[in-house]
Design a protein around this ligand. Structure first.
Ligand code: AMP
Length: 347
């Protein structure tokens, strides 16, 4: 039997966890990125290459059974070169949408999915008229591209703050969005295989601080489970998607409002490593290889995942706790940086 090999564009913690789960199934894993010593390079083969090196990217995708990506902002040129192999999943248009907040919101609208009110802006004048047309209230200005974990965002609570907000996001194409009075935030993680099989995880209830995920809590039978999966299925179908897809929602008055999507495994799904029958990482690999998907059933009555930001906890203290699973990504400690996570299962 020829050995299955998986190419991964990117080599951060998501790549590291994908590599670990792929290794368990006996797959050969190779990661490619332009950093010197990324954290995933410690657990699998790593090729350092410039992301503008067309021949290298094409050769990388051609030699692997399948190629995927572990970060959202893979340049579209790289995806286009890799997709010439016919073995790149998820498909590049999913990345094009996820990389642009306006395209994301427009896709949701086209599919009849509710979103917070928004307007595109590409100049200070447009921002001023968008502010006027969206009516009174509080707003958040978000760059269309290259914003994540709350970066590239500015709050606008009054007309007097418009100019400063425009400067603070670097005067880049953006969307002005109402500051949404949500009751909670949830994400829906769904795997769809190249054979069309679909499996969804239980809805993840997420807590953010300063735009960064700090905690995910999951219990079976969330009242919005079916509604959320139905929305994600529409997106999967529209994008002709294979792999794991994550959609983040705001919840208000028992209704879902689309916030954003990620064409990849997601931080809010890290609990699935110990907290579900099959992890999101393994199911992503199964999905892109056209293998049967594993059960997404939750283990226990409730699972919680806490991100470790900045500083690692004392090993002696964490490891003596029962039902607590520590993951450290081998990243240097730095204030606010995601360097690991903890998962606790409540039986
Ligand atoms: P994003 O990168 O757009 O997902 O933003 C990160 C986090 O900032 C979200 O998960 C929310 O907690 C918060 N946030 C983003 N957009 C809004 C909004 N329109 N209204 C209220 N909170 C928001």
């Amino acid at each position: 039997m020829t050995r299955t090999s998986i190419g991964i564009l990117g080599a951060g913690q998501l790549g590291r966890m994908l590599a670990i789960s792929g290794a368990q199934l006996g797959f050969k894993i190779e990661l490619l990125h332009d950093e010197d010593s990324p954290c995933a390079g410690e657990v699998a083969s790593y090729q350092k290459a410039s992301l503008s090196d067309e021949q290298t990217i094409k050769a990388f995708a051609a030699k692997h059974s399948v190629t995927t990506a572990e970060f959202e902002n893979v340049p579209l040129s790289v995806l286009s070169w890799a997709s010439e192999s016919g073995k790149l999943f998820p498909p590049p248009p999913a990345f094009a949408v996820a990389q642009d907040r306006l395209l994301e919101k427009e896709l949701a609208q086209k599919l009849g999915i509710k979103t917070p009110r928004f307007a595109p802006v590409s100049s200070l004048a447009e921002l001023e008229s968008a502010f006027a047309s969206l009516g009174a209230g509080k707003f958040v200005l978000k760059t269309r591209s290259l914003g994540y974990d709350g970066k590239g965002q500015a709050r606008i609570n009054a007309a007097s703050e418009i100019a400063a907000a425009w400067t603070s996001i670097g005067e880049r194409p953006a969307i002005l969005e109402e500051f949404f009075p949500f009751e909670s935030e949830v994400s829906c993680i769904v795997a769809r295989s190249t054979r069309g099989e679909i499996k969804a995880y239980d809805l993840c209830q997420n807590t953010h601080q300063s735009g960064i995920l700090v905690k995910t809590s999951v219990e079976p039978n969330h009242p919005l489970q079916l509604a959320a999966v139905a929305v994600v299925e529409k997106v999967l179908s529209k994008l002709n998607y294979s792999g794991v897809l994550t959609v983040e929602f705001f919840v208000k008055n028992g209704e879902l409002y689309f916030n954003e999507l990620a064409p990849r495994v997601h931080n809010s799904g890290h609990w699935t490593i110990e907290g579900a029958e099959t992890s999101q990482f393994e199911n992503h690999l199964r999905a892109i290889l056209g293998l049967p998907l594993g059960s997404t059933k939750i283990r226990g009555n409730k699972v919680e995942m806490l991100n470790i930001l900045g500083t690692a906890p004392k090993l002696e203290e964490v490891l003596k706790e029962e039902n607590l699973h520590l993951h450290l990504y081998g990243k240097e400690e730095r204030p606010g940086r995601k360097i690991g996570h903890l998962t606790k299962i409540y039986w």
